[in-house]
Design a protein around this ligand. Structure first.
Ligand code: SAM
Length: 277
């Protein structure tokens, strides 16, 4: 059964000549049953305002609205998509607002009422940058309740990675320190038009009410950036710029100075941030 009375996405794309542009990270989802499924991964949307970055021709937007989102604000950089998105707005009166803007430039909190959820099939070129911004607001809990985001599989693996492997790094620490993070769905390249070179995955992050371990966010960010910036070095060398007596700080935090960043759990980085603060 169709999820709405609007035309199929292939027709929308043809009618508005929306040939995909690589520079804008355009890989479109055309299966509306799949986009509705992704929308459901975000949980109950009926009480939430949803920010969608990069609606493109509107497949995920339609999924979000059909699944009952109270209101969707969709931010799209490519003006060619606006007429197609206007047709969706007309089909769901008062529930879809489209902004023709760069998602890196907007004050999204100002245009959404709480509770807020962010759901997006992110453009690959700005996906990580946006995630890091959403994960590092000045105070916690953040202005959003959950993030449901499509990434390249490799980025998704880095977000949910555990200590001890190559994927574990800054993204894992930033995400898991203050969120519950899991891979909710994986998708093959053929799910997209045009198909990207790599597999993709939807990551669902729920903001915890408080961080798992106490730490000053700015100090923790500095520690983690330095530690993983030279991840093959022992921590006493990688972190020597942070304090002259870094070995003592490491020992005080329960970390052997000869360990490497990828062996240290989030709790260890937080303990180190506390001794350095
Ligand atoms: N949501 C659609 C879907 O699932 O079929 C399109 C997803 S496509 C991977 C990414 C979308 O983000 C494109 O429509 C692209 O034009 C848009 N985009 C790229 N950079 C952007 C930016 N900085 N701000 C807002 N939108 C952007």
């Amino acid at each position: 059964m169709a999820i709405d009375a609007l035309p199929p996405l292939r027709e929308v794309i043809a009618a508005h000549s929306l040939s995909a542009r690589k520079a804008l990270g355009q890989n479109f989802l055309l299966d509306l049953n799949l986009t509705a499924k992704i929308a459901r991964l975000a949980g109950d949307l009926s009480q939430a305002d949803v920010l969608e970055v990069g609606p493109g021709p509107g497949g995920l937007t339609r999924g979000l609205l059909a699944e009952g989102a109270r209101r969707v604000v969709a931010v799209e950089k490519d003006a060619r998509c606006l007429p197609a998105l206007a047709e969706i707005a007309a089909a769901y009166p008062g529930r879809l607002e489209v902004m023709n803007a760069d998602a890196l430039e907007i004050d999204w909190q100002a245009v959404l009422a709480p509770p807020r959820k962010i759901v997006a099939n992110l453009p690959y070129n700005v996906g990580t940058e946006l995630l890091v911004r959403w994960l590092t607001p000045p105070s916690w809990p953040p202005a959003w309740d959950s993030l449901t985001l499509m990434f390249q599989r490799e980025v998704a693996d880095r977000i949910v990675a555990q200590p001890g492997g190559k994927a574990y790094g800054r993204l894992a620490v930033l995400a898991q320190w203050r969120c519950e993070a899991r891979i909710a769905m994986t998708l093959p390249p053929e799910a997209f038009t045009p198909p990207p070179k790599v597999r993709s995955a939807v990551v669902h992050l729920t903001a915890l009410s408080a961080p798992r371990y106490e730490a000053d966010p700015a100090v923790l960010s500095r520690v983690v950036a330095a530690a993983f910036g030279q991840r093959r070095k022992m921590l006493r060398a990688a972190l020597k710029g942070l304090a002259p007596d870094i070995e003592e700080h490491l020992r005080a935090a329960g970390i052997a100075p000869t360990e490497r960043a990828e062996q240290v759990p989030i709790e260890g980085f937080c303990a180190l941030a506390r001794t350095l603060a």
